[in-house]
Every structure is written in C-alpha cells, then in structure tokens.
Ligand binder design. Sequence first.
Ligand code: 5GP
Length: 213
Amino acid sequence: MIEHKKGILVIVSGFSGAGKGTVVHAMMDKFPGRYKLSVSATTREPRSGEKDGVNYFFVTREKFEKMIADGELLEYAEYVGNYYGTPRRFVEEQMDAGYNVILEIEQQGAFKVKKAFPDAVLIFLTPPSIDELERRLRGRHSESEETIQKRLAQAAIEAENIELYDYLVINDDIDGCAVSMDRLIESVQKKTRYNQERIDDLRAHLQHYRKDN
Ligand code: 5GP
C-alpha cells in the first residue's frame, strides 16, 4: 500500500483580531508533525514581541516589489496600506513532502490561492461576536484608534465574502477551536478526491480478479 500523499493546503482567514494566529499556533503545538505554517513577507512594522523570520519576514517595499518581480510569491495583497505575501517555495516543498500547509492570510490572497490550487480548503475564523472582536483589537494596546477603526472597516468589507469560504469556524475558546479545526481537516483528507493514489492502488491490486477482461 502506498503511503506517500501530498499535503493539503489550508487557508485560514478571518477578521483582524479573530485570533487566527493564536489558534493556528495552538494547532501546531497540539498536533506536532501534522502541519507546517507558512511565514509571510510583509512591509508592515513589527509589533512588540514579533520576530523576523518567525512571525513574518519583515521587508522593505523595495525588497517586496523585487520578490513580486522575481515570481517568489504564491500570492500577495495590499492590506491597510501594507504588502503581505506568501513565499512560494516553502509551500510547494512542504506539500510535496506530505505536510498540510497552513496559510494565515486575508481574503484577496485566499481567493487567489484557491484559483491556483482548487483543492485548497478555505476556512473563515470569526470571534463569537463583534463586541468581542472590538475588545480583542483594543486589548492588543499596540495600535492607534485610527488603525483599529481601519481594521473594523476592513472587517465590514470582508464580511461580504464569507460565503466564498468552505467552512466557518467560531473561535470562542482557543484549544477547542484548534481541535475542531484539526478534526475538520482530518475529515477533508478523507474525501475521495484527496485519495486518488490510494484508490488507484486498490484498483491495481484488484485488477486480476476481474471477470470481465
Ligand atoms: P496583521 O498585520 O494583523 O499581522 O495581518 C493583517 C492581515 O494580513 C491578516 O488578515 C493576515 O491574515 C493577512 N496576511 C498575513 N500574511 C499574509 C500573506 O502572506 N498574504 C495575504 N494575502 N495576507 C496575509
């Protein structure tokens, strides 16, 4: 029986403040070896505690534009005045090695990736309420009121496209949410269309039992 299987591309989007980063990191901790997280490049300034190469690759606009020109990005988008993009090589290598790769990206990028990889699974993560969203954004204490208002305005626009995602997951409790995301991905992996190699293998082994050839 063949064991090699290509990983699934999992795209997690959600309003800024939905807790995507926290949930995704909880998934990495709880299920070691099942997921690889893509680290994006961005032109935004690091928040306190963020590390280059861990949270993001923090780059200048010039460097980002060179990455675009050199075809190094799988997708990119401009969000609240900054560029964000997914380095292509890491994603392709890890999927080929059989890992499920998680992209934590905003909508424009999510839909671009879905076009290039129709099998990608699109998950939209939301806090339990908009009051809670505002509380989380203000609780960060790292952003000005103007930026918070911009992020809420952006959320209002993003809410228009939620139906284009495959799944809606509510982040009311980090650990519970991480487990339900993992279960969701596990059941997606059982879809026949993700298991063509195995199906072909079963057929090949049964071929000589056929009475009709
Ligand atoms: P933040 O500044 O809060 O870290 O991220 C702002 C938004 O950019 C979030 O919605 C985040 O998911 C998104 N984002 C992060 N990396 C990427 C990326 O590589 N591509 C795209 N399209 N969006 C990204």
